[in-house]
Design a protein around this ligand. Structure first.
Ligand code: GDP
Ligand code: MG
Length: 282
């Protein structure tokens, strides 16, 4: 019987461990990731006649190489090839939580959203249109209250269904504005032409990491193809110099702004409503 690996990703305090415990019960073990003091929680359960392995990733707000937790989380996603990521988002704090979601979609691993803490959100008069969010993101969205276990079976079923499909999943492409997009496109073309790190992550994601001066990716790139890597670094330096001159800003900041802009536009488009009355929050 084929076993699926499903990773649980989300911000700290979004309810990952609560959900992980609800799904796996006593069938779990805790270890450390090799060489670091970050805890690895793994467990298993049965769904749809299958054995499912679940890994509870460290809580993160982003997927940069600056923090150990983020590096560990993204290395699991990149090297262990989970079939699906269950992205737990705190429905009462949607805007901040979706910043990580954007990055998971850019990474190109199939995502199921657990819209958790809907009890807290509803208590504050926030109602989220899960079907609309699902349509806009092109991914399943399941409402959950991890603390009571509500929605956990539907969530697991959606995750296993997506994993069973094993269908192509197109990485999200968002615009990073006129100062970045043309260079990003050119970097992506070069990366694809030489199949540079393409077995590891999507070409556009690699290009973005060069623009963000991501040390971990650049180190791997240097080993894989030093010439192309230094060419990409030069292109990234060019963008950085231009952004510094025109906005006094680093590429990382401009990239983050556009990710937040994407989330803000998504939320403004009718995904979040007040519970009573027709007024929208965004
Ligand atoms: P993690 O940091 O993502 O692993 O989050 P935890 O699973 O530790 O949860 C953080 C806190 O939120 C805990 O006190 C949980 O009991 C609580 N919690 C988790 N899910 C829910 C939920 O859906 N509703 C409510 N009200 N509380 C929740
Ligand atoms: Mg936890």
């Amino acid at each position: 019987m084929n076993e699926h690996l499903i990773a649980i990703a989300g911000n700290p305090n979004s309810g990952k461990t609560t959900l992980f415990n609800a799904l796996t019960g006593a069938r779990q073990r805790v270890a450390n990731y090799p060489g670091v003091t970050v805890e690895r929680k793994e467990g298993s359960c049965k769904a749809n006649g299958r054995e499912v392995r679940l890994v509870d990733l460290p809580g993160t707000y982003s997927l940069t190489a600056y923090s150990l937790e983020e590096l560990v989380a993204r290395n699991v996603l990149l090297t262990e090839n989970p079939r699906v990521v269950v992205n737990i988002v705190d429905a009462s704090n949607l805007e901040r939580n979706l910043y990580l979601t954007v990055q998971l979609f850019e990474l190109g691993i199939p995502v199921v959203i657990a819209l958790n803490m809907v009890d807290v959100a509803n208590g504050r008069g926030i109602e989220i249109d899960a079907a609309e969010l699902s349509r806009k993101l092109g991914a399943p969205v399941v409402e959950t209250v991890a603390r009571s276990g509500n929605g956990k079976d539907a969530l697991l079923a959606a995750a296993v269904e997506l994993a069973d499909k094993n269908a192509a999943w197109t990485p999200l492409r968002i615009s990073y504005g006129p100062d970045i997009d043309p260079v990003l496109d050119e970097m992506e073309r070069k990366i694809l032409a030489e199949r540079f790190l393409t077995g590891l992550h999507p070409a556009r994601w690699t290009a973005l990491k060069y623009l963000e001066s991501d040390e971990d990716v650049i180190k791997k790139g240097k080993e894989a193809n030093p010439d192309l890597s230094s060419g990409l670094e030069k292109m990234a330096d060019g963008v950085a110099a231009h952004l510094q001159k025109t906005f006094s800003a680093y590429p990382e900041a401009i990239i983050a702004d556009h990710r937040y802009g994407f989330v803000a536009a998504l939320l403004k488009s009718g995904v979040v409503k007040r519970k009573h009355g027709a007024d929208r929050i965004y």
